[in-house]
Design a protein around this ligand. Sequence first.
Ligand code: PHB
Length: 402
Amino acid sequence: MTQRPPSNPASRRLVLSRSAALIGAASTGLLLPEIVRAQSGKVRVGFMLPYTGTFAQLGVAIENGFRMAINEQGGKLGGREIEYFKVDDESEPSKGIENANKLVQRDKVDVLVGTVHSGVQMGIQKVARDSGVLSLIPNAGVHAATRGLCAPNVFRTSFTNSQPTRALGQVMMARGHKKAVWITWKYAAGDEAFEGFKESYTAAGGTIIKELGLPFPQVEFQALLTEIAALKPDAVACFFAGGGAAKFIRDYAAAGLKGKIPLYGSGFLTEGVLDAAGPAADGIITTMHYSDSLDTPRNKKFRLDYAKAYKAQPDVYAVQGYDTGLLLIQGANAVKGDLSSKPALYKAMEGATIDSPRGKWTMSKAHNPVQDIYLRVVENKENKVIGIAAKALADSGAGCKM
Ligand code: PHB
């Protein structure tokens, strides 16, 4: 049966004017799913993270960290209960938009927490910009998210891809390595990490004699390691993460390069992989915004609580997930749980200082952390801090207009 307009002329006018308003809103892009959502009842939080593939462990650590922050508040956000939704994004960029829409359109989440992989993040960024849904990035470092494609409703609690490596070049030169080879997975995260490395290393007087790469998430490193042996650089610098990083570290040692050509990297190389990599990881030097061994009461308590809750050691991903929770809590408290009060919510999040296990950090104008970068070395399955490679480092935020 077709629906007819009500016969009463007054209510008919109301229906017509409402639909005219909706059509108007739709044509100006203002028909946002969240504006028709009630701001009572449970807050709907969606995780879009990798739960399978080479980054699976990273996704789990992020979710654990986020839940831990919320559980410290009695499991509530600004006084409201939470309902969680989950999508496994498989670190598959081609499904990024479709997966983000499962959470935004189908599950009608108030907040989307995701993701790890920079290519997948580009899909989330589009959906976030189109829908206006609050999007919190707990890892993926793709520059565009807080540069040219920045948005008032998108906040990152992790890093930009070039932030950790921007502190790496000077360190390597200071240690006398004048000629280096760079190696990475060829996608946004690796390429942008290279930008930071190249800038800092060449500014310090170093020469990059070769850039090597393989497609994500391939792990057939053998031919490239043979090439490195033949090139005989003073040192190697790299970006790898997750399961692939553990294999790269083991293969580097198995190829006979460990002890001969020092290995450096952005710190993801040695995060969450030290059990899997074993002694092959000893001596690797990295730059990163966190270290297991940070000797602060804040970090010690976090590590103890996390280990108790999840029977696992936390890593930088767990910290980023935790900080994502802390940021959202600060925002939600400022608006007493009414996440539809967007200007007040965003203002509170923009002004937040996050008291993180990594050390206190603040939000840049482009919504990316301003944070210290530590210099670390792997010793006995731990990332030990041996210095601060950069103090309060901010990304340029180039091209960001809110
Ligand atoms: C990324 O794709 O942005 C990415 C993935 C894993 C990391 C860091 C960055 O550890």
